[in-house]
Design a protein around this ligand. Structure first.
Ligand code: TYD
Length: 153
């Protein structure tokens, strides 16, 4: 099973759609393995968005991510990284396909509701950045045999 990081951004908290977003992932069949509210800092965002540090919007992006606490989630499932990315949609909410989270809930490139890891390698790095080991929980979903065939698990 693969694990991936989702951050519900300040735009999700301010819009009051945290429950709806988590509900989508749960209904899809992803297992919630970790979840916490946290206030992000300049330091953690410098790391998390290091690939964007030269961009003109970097300062505003970091400020937007610190405007309220965020909800960090660890979601688990077969091919969870690509499944969650597909559910998240394109970066810009105006371009994101209807049916995706960004496509359904936002109009912005920056206030785009969620962050989701883009590869299994980055998911491992990002989960370690936002969660301590003991904050990720292993438990067997009672419905596992109805979510996947034995060959898929
Ligand atoms: P990026 O890693 O390119 O996209 P994604 O979140 O889809 O993996 O960008 C990270 C965040 O930076 C993005 O979610 C919102 C913000 N951002 C802007 O504010 N303006 C922009 O033009 C872009 C490309 C991103």
């Amino acid at each position: 099973m693969e694990q991936t990081l989702v951050l519900l951004k300040p735009s999700a908290l301010q819009r009051g759609i945290v429950g709806e977003i988590i509900n989508r992932f749960e209904k899809k069949g992803l297992r919630l393995a970790g979840m916490k509210m946290m206030q992000l800092t300049d330091e953690i965002l410098d790391e998390h968005y290091a690939h964007l540090r030269e961009k003109s919007f970097f300062r505003e992006l970091k400020d937007s991510m610190m405007a309220t606490p965020v909800i960090a989630c660890c979601l688990e499932g077969v091919e969870a990284v690509q499944v969650v990315r597909a559910m998240t949609g394109a970066t810009n909410g105006r371009a994101a396909a209807p049916g995706t989270i960004r496509g359904d809930y936002c109009m912005s490139n920056q206030h785009n509701i969620v962050h989701a890891s883009d590869s299994p390698e980055n998911a491992a790095i990002e989960l370690a950045r936002f969660f301590k080991r003991e904050e990720i929980f292993g438990y067997e979903p009672a419905t596992l045999s109805f979510k996947y065939s034995s060959g898929e698990r």
